[in-house]
Structures are given as C-alpha cells and as structure tokens.
Design a protein around this ligand. Structure first.
Ligand code: SAM
Length: 488
C-alpha cells in the first residue's frame, strides 16, 4: 500500500495523462486504500485430490474466486502463510499476481495450434510466467527458462523443480547469446526488466527507485533485449512482450518501435469486456496492446502485446547487440557449458549406472538418462535433440529432471526427482500428515514406526515433497538444507 509519505511520483502521473484507460483519481485512490490482492495458479499436473474439491487445499475460511483470464488462477480472500503450507512445498500451486496470468490468453489465442512448441522465456526469474508456460505447452513442448542474472537463477531453478515439469531447461545466458540459436523458438516471451511502476502498491521500494531517467534507461534496454532475441524466433513464430510499467516509453513506444523495426504482424487478443482490461491499439502503428490498471481489475499494473514474425529481415532500426549491454549487477560472460559432453553433447550412463537408476523411474523408456557433474538427469527422449543443441550452445543450469547422484552405484535421490512425476511404482512412499510434512520441511527428525528400511518418497496428499532414508531406529531427513523452513 502506498503510504502518505511515499506518494506516486508526479512525473509519472503527468506522463500518463491521455494514456488510454488512465483515470488519475481512481488510480491514486486504489494506491492509497485499495485492497491488496492475493492470487495463486494451480498446477494441473498435480491435482490436490481427485475425490475432493481442489480448492479445499486452502483453509476453510479462505474463499476462492476465479481469475477470469486464467483457467487455473484463483484469488484468495485472505493471504495464508504459504511457507507453512505443505501443498506449496509440493508444487501444487504458484503464488502469482493475477494480471501476469493474462499470458494464458496470448498463448491460447495465438500458439495453441502449434504442435510441441519450443518456447523461450527470456527473462524468467523467479519463474511465475515460466511455470505457467510449462503448463500451457503440455508434455510435448519444450520450455527454455532463461535468467541472465546469475544470482537469480537459483530461485528460478527451484521454482521450476517444484512445478515438476520434465520438459524444461534452465539456462543463464545473456539475450545476445541466443543469436547462436537462429530460428530455434516458436515462441519468445520477453517479460522485460522495467521501471516497475505497476508494482507500486506492493513494493514501496519500487517508488523510491522510480525516476524518469530509469524509464529511459529501461526503454533502451528493452529495445536491446528484443533486438538481441529477434533472430532466435522462427519465421511465423510469436513474440510476447510484457512489462509491469505504466510508462508508454516502455510499452506502446516499444510496440511501435517493434512494428517499424521488424517484419511483424500485430496480434489481437480477444477480451471479455467484463474483465476490465484496456485495449490500447496504437494510433501510430495500429498495433494491439493490453493494459491492466489496479483500479480497473483485481491485480497489479501490466502491459502485454503479441506479435507474429513475418520474416527474418530487419530494417536496420534495431539496436545492435553487444557494446554497452549491461545488466544490473553484471555477472560476467556466460561460459559455454562443459555440460554433458559426448555423443550429442550429452554424457550417457554406463550399463551398471543405468541398471541402478532404471528401477526408480516410471515409464523409463520415455527418458534418456545423462550425467553431468555426478548428477543423473532424465530427459524426455523426444527432446534430446533440442536439448543437446542448447547444451552445446551455452551454460545450462538444469535440463529435464535431476534424479540424483550415484554413490558406489547407489542412487541418492534428488529433491527435484521427488517433485516430478517420475518416481516409479517400486519406490516406497511415506505419506505424511500436515504436521509431519511441516516437520519434514523444517528438517526435523520424523518419528514414524513400522516404515521398512531404505529410501522413501515423502508425500503429502500423494504428491512428492522429498526423500528420507529409513535406518534401524532412525529416519534420516534428506530435505535440501537450502530449502529448509525456519518458521515455526
Ligand atoms: N518473468 C518473471 C516472472 O514471471 O516471474 C519476471 C521477470 S522480471 C519482470 C525481469 C527479469 O529480467 C528479472 O529476473 C531480471 O533479473 C532480468 N533481467 C535484468 N536485466 C536483464 C537483461 N539485461 N537482459 C535480460 N534479462 C534481464
């Protein structure tokens, strides 16, 4: 909430005068006393309980209302403690701002006819839109979730692991590195770093940091990112561009610049008039863009537009990649990965190692098993070609599902494996109550009698959270130390 001491910058208000949908008084009012909205997106790959209403995973005093533009999105009437909810740890839902879920409309209306789409989320951390895209592409597609800032890749990888999709590659490349994969992607989403005015209600820090010069800097950076990524989009592919800024310099001006700099076709997204989304068709280029204002919808500020690439030709107005391209807190050059060398760039398992791994995995024939830095990964066989292309090209943080490490031919299973759909029938399960599951994620000792010795997949309502190893008289908790919940 914006406090009286921290008011919306007058320079922003002035710059928005005349922008379609902007109503100064109600905009200011919603920043002063509007309710803060909490919303979640459910993971359809992890259904709560087939016999119950999935909304019952939240406490009975929390009412759910649908987010109209997203089939799996819900507003919650109050904000629960997500960190002490085992369902959150099992990846049954992602806490996401509702406006951002509009990416679903762009996808459904313009990509759904593409079979097995190869999708790049170029600015992906912490993973809100990537988890959503993973749902939308289905099991046949491939998602590359990329985040250039190295210290933000960890949270992205963690969120993608919780979501559990096996058709995801997490990379940390600079946008300009993608020129090495020309015409590779059917869809490129650029959820661009921006001046952040759309987040003023929830993040007072964004107000302190905002200035007209930041808007200018972001606008130039957005153009660089888009120019750098243009070549990696296939002809006929779809570019989605989004910001959480209200400034036209980062929204409509970028859209107009795209329309004049590249061979593109604007794509209209059909809206239900009840949604309150503002259609801001550009007077200059005729291109379609969509604005979200918190005084008109239940959600935060967002701009989104969608374009189809007509051909690879640029008119030369685009910024060149490279010189002066800095990203805040530059992380140095991405290195070409030493990942998975060997045939197809992937390291295959020895016969013995494979024999140790196969009994753990459901439908093992559907996967190709590779090894990187002692960790065994499972990749869908029909994605091996694309993944090896990516791994040959730049640093890959994770590809497919990390199954675990082989220690003297024994698999020490990885948390990512627990969170995926890959553990097979032969794997012992240990279903926990809510309290036990919370003890587990706090890395407390579990006291449960009668569990057979060996590895067990810890589950909550049937969904994996992690692993324990049952010994005589003791259960060792293998929940990752860096995921440990401290809150009691
Ligand atoms: N898509 C994310 C989601 O839905 O959770 C949010 C992305 S956020 C708006 C923009 C991201 O761009 C940040 O993670 C930021 O680290 C990254 N970024 C910053 N500078 C960048 C640059 N020069 N090129 C590409 N990405 C950059």
């Amino acid at each position: 909430m914006v406090t009286p001491e921290l008011s919306i910058p007058q320079a922003l208000i002035s710059s928005l005068s005349g922008v379609p949908g902007f109503e100064e008084s109600s905009f200011l009012a919603v920043h002063k006393q509007g309710p803060l909205v909490t919303s979640v997106r459910l993971n359809p790959a992890k259904v709560w309980d087939e016999t119950e209403d999935e909304k019952e995973m939240f406490a009975p005093d929390i009412a759910l209302a649908v987010v109209p533009w997203c089939a799996t999105g819900y507003y919650l009437s109050s904000r629960p403690s997500f960190i002490t909810d085992p369902s959150w740890h099992a990846g049954l839902y992602y806490v996401q701002e509702a406006s951002s879920m509009f990416v679903e409309q762009a996808f459904r209306q313009h990509v759904s006819e593409v079979h097995a789409p190869v999708v790049l989320d170029a600015c992906a951390a912490p993973g809100g839109k990537s988890t959503h895209l993973q749902t939308l592409i289905g099991s046949d597609g491939l998602l590359v979730s990329n985040e250039v800032i190295r210290n933000r890749v960890g949270i992205l990888a963690e969120n993608m692991q919780r979501w559990g999709g096996q058709n995801v590659v997490v990379t940390s490349a600079d946008p300009k590195d993608f020129h090495r994969l020309p015409g590779f992607f059917d869809v490129v989403l650029v959820d661009a770093p921006c001046s952040g005015s759309g987040l003023f209600r929830r993040d007072p820090e964004a107000i302190r940091e905002w200035s007209p010069s930041l808007v200018e800097l972001c606008s130039a950076r957005q153009q660089r990112i888009l120019s750098d990524l243009w070549g990696t989009l296939k002809d006929g592919g779809v570019l989605m561009y989004a910001t959480c800024s209200y400034s036209p310099e980062e929204d409509e001006d970028i859209l107009d610049w795209l329309m004049t700099s590249f061979e593109v076709e604007t794509l209209k997204i059909n809206l239900d008039p009840n949604w309150g989304v503002v259609d801001v068709r550009s007077a200059q280029s005729g291109a379609y863009g969509y604005r979200f204002y918190p005084n008109l919808i239940e959600g935060e500020g967002l701009f989104l537009c969608c374009l189809r690439k007509k051909g690879g030709h640029t008119t030369g107005h685009g910024h060149s990649s490279g010189s002066g391209h800095t990203y805040d807190g530059g992380q140095g050059k991405n290195v070409k990965g030493s990942v998975h060398k060997g045939k197809n760039g992937l390291v295959s398992l020895s016969k013995n190692d494979l024999a140790s791994v196969l009994p753990w995995v459901k439908n093992a024939n559907d996967y190709h098993f590779t090894q990187h830095e002692n960790t065994v990964y499972a990749l869908p066989v029909n994605k091996v070609e694309e993944v090896s292309r990516i791994q040959e090209t730049f640093y890959v943080r994770q590809a497919g599902i990390a199954l675990g490490q082989l220690m003297r031919s024994e698999l020490v299973p990885d948390a990512a494996f627990a969170l995926s759909r890959l553990p097979g029938e032969a794997v012992q399960r240990l279903e926990l109550s809510r309290e036990q599951a919370l003890d587990y994620v706090r890395r407390d000792e579990l006291h449960i009698d009668g569990v057979p010795k060996g590895w067990a997949l810890v589950t909550y309502h049937g969904h994996g959270i992690g692993w324990v190893k049952v010994l005589a008289g003791r259960i060792n908790n293998y929940y990752p130390k860096n995921w440990r919940v401290l809150k009691r």
